[in-house]
Design a protein around this ligand. Structure first.
Ligand code: HEM
Length: 408
């Protein structure tokens, strides 16, 4: 661990030996694989204080699986509320819902949404997921390759999001552009403007749904009653819409892209999956573990000592799941798929905020991989082609050139 020459970014209660004068995303971009780059931090202390933990802000970084799982469960010390980036940027008075709301209120929203995201409900969405997948493939399946990210991985979850929300499919291109601008835009002003444009569209959509809900999810949200039998406020609903948007697009696109890169560079594993379709669900879970793309954040609610380290109210805590999921204490031989692994998979977090969309996400990823393996043989990255990635709050692939042999 590099200790700070100038640790002015660290508050007084942080011991000098836990100060890390570096930026997490810069460090993670050092090698050609951000997961391997980030996992080097497991050689250091389990908990340390980084100069730039998230978008330039200093904070505690949790660098072990066991500690991260514990913090996810302990919402009384590790709060999801307040100080989170997006709603501050939008300047609204509501929170992302339910992801940035603590129990007990969180439990009300969660109860309301849970029935819409069970495996059984996802079964009803499966046809839509397959149709979206087939529509996208139809554009390039008579060719010998594609840019997997641009041609498939980005539009795929967006198409499913539109179906879930009852939004017209011709919004796909607009959503694609918004997503690129919001997540990859270089200027703050540009990202704020995009964030507001998305919000304006969500407000418009909300007004439409009040008149005539277009999907079962919209219907249950419009008719919901919470607390003393009151309907949800517009802010509560917009917080949900925005959470589905930010939670369900980038994550799925990133996981599919990293997984496809892994499969495209391991011909034997690829053929194993083709020959054993019944093993795909297990493979998807291992790929989700291997490519756990999310880094969450929490705020400390009150001064306390955690694993011998003094933490103060309002300290920011960065929770990089991508480090925890490569922790050899939890996962021996952490950088490879192991189809026999049993350890709890943390890609969807744990505790009260366990990903609500996890069954849908698993289904999307399985259907995407299954369809590619079924239609094409020998999927690979063409010689001389480079893949590109970035390592911000979510690790993501920007470009993944693929080639294949078309099946007769
Ligand atoms: C590979 C894909 C996905 C990954 C890795 C993922 C990961 C996560 C993680 C780590 C959290 C917890 C965040 C925290 O506690 O700070 C979360 C929460 C959430 N996710 Fe996902 N997610 C994925 C896909 C989806 C999809 C497709 C949806 C569908 C809309 C979705 C909806 C949500 C919601 C609503 C929450 C908030 C749950 C709560 O606060 O109770 N996610 N997700």
């Amino acid at each position: 661990m590099a200790t700070a020459a100038d640790a002015s970014f660290a508050p007084d209660h942080v011991p000098a030996e836990l100060v890390w004068d570096d930026s997490l995303s810069r460090f993670n971009s050092e090698l050609d694989d951000p997961f391997i780059a980030a996992s080097r931090l497991i050689d250091g202390p389990p908990l340390f204080y980084a100069r730039d933990g998230a978008q330039g802000r200093p904070g505690w970084v949790i660098a072990r699986h066991a500690l991260l799982a514990e913090a996810f469960m302990d919402w009384e010390h590790f709060s999801s509320e307040g100080g989170m980036d997006l709603t501050q940027m939008l300047g609204v008075d509501w929170n992302l819902n339910p992801v940035n709301i603590d129990p007990p209120m969180h439990t009300n929203y969660r109860k309301l949404l849970l029935p819409m995201f069970t495996p059984k409900s996802v079964n009803h969405m499966e046809d839509g997921v397959r149709e979206t997948c087939d529509e996208l493939l139809a554009k390039f399946e008579d060719k010998d390759g594609c840019d997997f990210v641009k041609d498939f991985a980005v539009p795929f979850p967006s198409g499913i999001f539109l179906r879930l929300m009852g939004m017209p499919q011709d919004m796909l291109q607009q959503f694609f552009t918004w997503e690129q601008d919001l997540l990859r835009g270089t200027s703050i002003e540009g990202r704020v403007k995009t964030g507001r444009d998305i919000l304006d569209y969500l407000i418009y959509h909300l007004e439409q749904q009040k008149k005539q809900p277009a999907t079962p999810l919209m219907e249950s949200i419009m008719n919901a009653r919470i607390e003393d039998d009151r309907p949800l406020t517009d802010g509560e609903i917009l917080g949900m819409f925005y959470t589905f948007y930010v939670g369900g697009l980038d994550t799925v696109y990133a996981t599919i892209s990293w997984s496809m890169r892994y499969i495209a560079t391991r011909p034997q594993f690829q053929q194993f999956l083709r020959d054993n379709p019944d093993k795909l669900n297990k493979a998807v879970d291992e790929l989700l573990r291997l490519f756990s793309v999310v880094s969450s954040q929490r705020r400390i609610t009150k001064d306390f000592t955690w694993h011998g380290v003094e933490m103060k109210e309002n300290d920011l805590v960065i929770m990089p799941i991508f480090i925890a999921c490569r922790d050899p204490e939890a996962y021996p031989d952490p950088h490879e798929v192991d189809m026999k692994r049993k350890t709890q998979m943390l890609a969807f977090a744990t505790g009260p905020h366990l990903c609500l969309g996890m069954h849908l996400a698993r289904r999307e990823i399985r259907i995407a991989l299954e369809t590619f393996l079924d239609r094409f043989d020998n999927i690979h990255i063409p010689e001389g082609s480079e893949y590109e990635f970035h390592a911000g709050p979510t690790f993501n692939v920007d470009s993944l050139p693929l080639a294949w042999t078309r099946k007769a």
